[in-house]
Design a protein around this ligand. Structure first.
Ligand SMILES: Cc1cc2nc3c(=O)[nH]c(=O)nc-3n(C[C@H](O)[C@H](O)[C@H](O)COP(=O)(O)OP(=O)(O)OC[C@H]3O[C@@H](n4cnc5c(N)ncnc54)[C@H](O)[C@@H]3O)c2cc1C
Length: 483
């Protein structure tokens, strides 16, 4: 029996506010059926990793609670998305499905298949732009091509003027019609079977309410000092909005509108607000690249790197993953990642550079590890970050610029607070020796009870020699490609 009910297919937009599909469905005045379909096989090669699944579990729980408070509920299904939507439409009599556009290529392909099939069944489909500030084709070079360099991309994007007015949450959602069947959240098996998630639980509050609190703290405390502190892993200098943005618990439009308001109200906070908005611009750039070069999730944008002589992985990869490289800043970052599911951006760059340049291990090995362990694992941003650091992406740091983990440590963790927190076996060492403990005189190490090779590893690679070898490999690759 057809009804006027509207199905809202929720995906990476796990929020009520500024959710165009939900807003427009509610505005019809018809009953709304919010559904989340667990379909990992539709995510292509990059199905959500372990930390992401943990987040998703809690975010779905929070969303179900928020929908209930509005008199509605979340319908959970699993399996093929098209089948699940058709079954829900048949069971409820709904003749319309609304959703917000997917950001990733594999999901975009899936969506257009689903749209055609639903329309073929006489079901109305409406898709809305959301979760990015600029439509993928809105920002182009004068010649009409996609951008490959960030600064001109961002300049062009800003002149095209994003729409910053977020939509309100629907004031009420009518109760679910017909009591449709829903799976219990546990049936999606997103949570780890063994309890390794205590660090994640201590660090995060998934869900829209947690995202709102995080945005509030960002605007009040982080944004004003962002330009000064954003590179300091020892300070709470960045927003930590990344997992909330990835799962769509907050929209980039809400963040940008908040920053814009801050800029207008507090001129002293303007440089910080502008710097943070620019960082959101990197997210837009990453989405732009993945949209126009969808193969780059697995292949370098700079195809000369197809023939780069990467090394076999071996024990070095294991040491890197476990935070036992002998370089304290890198080890602190890798342990922060393992424990909390997040790592500071500056340390991500340093850790990625050590892996891809000094150890010459393929950037995809690092990308896969981050994918499984980051709560904010995101195909566009992770691909950009890894290819940028490895030197094979758009607007990449040139290969010959090899980041020195000791210099970075001295510069960005000058008092060693970050290292002391995550690498406690070195905590007693004086600052002077903390960043490169293997260079400390034997007497200093003895005095502070540190034996290199026993309490803390010796460096797994010689920085200077490995840098020269990497540069030689790069020169050979570039020369061969020119032939
Ligand atoms: C090797 C490597 C891998 C990365 N993998 C991811 C990933 O999987 N997911 C992810 O969200 N970010 C990734 N980044 C980018 C960046 O490190 C994180 O977005 C940032 O650390 C998140 O912390 P924050 O929310 O406090 O950032 P803030 O500094 O507060 O920035 C605000 C938001 O802007 C966006 N942003 C900031 N910096 C970048 C950037 N360099 N590239 C793209 N977007 C950015 C994020 O959405 C972030 O939440 C990676 C960077 C590197 C070098």
């Amino acid at each position: 029996m057809p009804t006027d009910a509207v199905i809202v297919w929720l995906r990476r937009d796990l929020r009520l506010a500024d959710n165009p599909a939900l807003f427009h469905a509610a505005a019809t005045g018809a009953p709304v059926l919010p559904v989340y379909i667990h379909a990992p096989e539709e995510e292509g090669d990059w199905t959500t990793g372990a930390a992401g699944r943990w987040w998703l579990h809690h975010s779905l729980g929070a969303l179900a609670g928020a929908l209930q408070e509005c008199g509605s509920g979340l319908i959970l299904r699993s399996g093929e998305s098209l089948e699940a939507l058709l079954a829900l439409a048949r069971g409820s009599g709904a003749r319309a499905v609304y959703w917000n556009r997917a950001l990733e290529p594999a999901l975009g392909v899936r969506d257009s298949r689903v749209r055609h099939a639903l329309q073929g069944e006489g079901i109305e489909v409406r898709e809305y732009p959301a979760d990015r500030l600029f439509a993928p084709d809105a920002v182009r070079t004068r010649a009409g091509a996609p951008f490959r360099v960030f600064t001109p991309f961002w300049k062009a994007a800003l002149t095209s003027g994003p729409d910053l007015e977020p939509l309100p949450a629907p004031p009420i959602l009518p109760p679910l019609p017909g009591n449709p069947a829903t799976l219990p959240l546990e049936a999606l098996a997103l949570r780890p079977a063994t309890a390794w998630d205590s660090g994640l639980r201590a660090a995060w509050r998934p869900g829209e309410a947690g995202a709102r609190t995080c945005l509030g703290e960002t605007l009040a405390e982080v944004a004003p000092a962002y330009a000064r502190l954003r590179d300091r892993p020892d300070r709470n200098g960045t927003s930590r909005l990344s997992p909330h943005l990835h799962f769509g618990e907050v929209s980039p439009r809400q963040v940008a509108a908040g920053l814009e308001a801050l800029r207008a109200e507090a001129p002293a906070a303007a440089p910080g607000a502008q710097a943070l908005l620019r960082q959101l611009g990197w997210r837009e750039f990453a989405l732009h690249l993945l949209h126009h070069f969808p193969e780059t999730g697995d292949s370098p944008l700079d195809r000369r790197y197809d023939r780069f002589p990467w090394r076999e992985t071996g024990p070095a990869l294991d040491a890197w993953q476990r935070g036992r490289t002998g370089f304290p800043l890198v080890d602190a970052g890798m342990r922060e990642l393992w424990t909390s599911g997040w790592m500071h951006n500056r340390v991500r760059m340093v850790a990625a550079s050590l892996l891809t340049k000094n150890l010459r291990i393929h950037w995809l090995e690092g990308a896969r590890w981050f994918w499984d362990t980051l709560v904010d694992a995101d195909l566009a941003n992770n691909t950009l970050g890894w290819q940028w650091t490895a030197g094979c992406g758009a607007d990449a740091a040139p290969f010959f610029r090899v980041i020195n983990p000791v210099r970075q440590s001295e510069r960005f963790d000058p008092e060693g607070a970050y290292i002391r927190h995550w690498v406690p076996e070195l905590a007693a060492l004086p600052n002077r020796w903390l960043h490169a403990p293997w260079t400390a005189p034997g007497a200093v190490l003895r005095e502070h009870g540190v034996v290199i090779g026993r309490d803390y590893p010796a460096p797994i690679v010689d920085l200077r020699a490995s840098r020269e070898e990497a540069l030689a490999a790069w020169r050979a690759t570039v020369q061969n490609a020119g032939r």
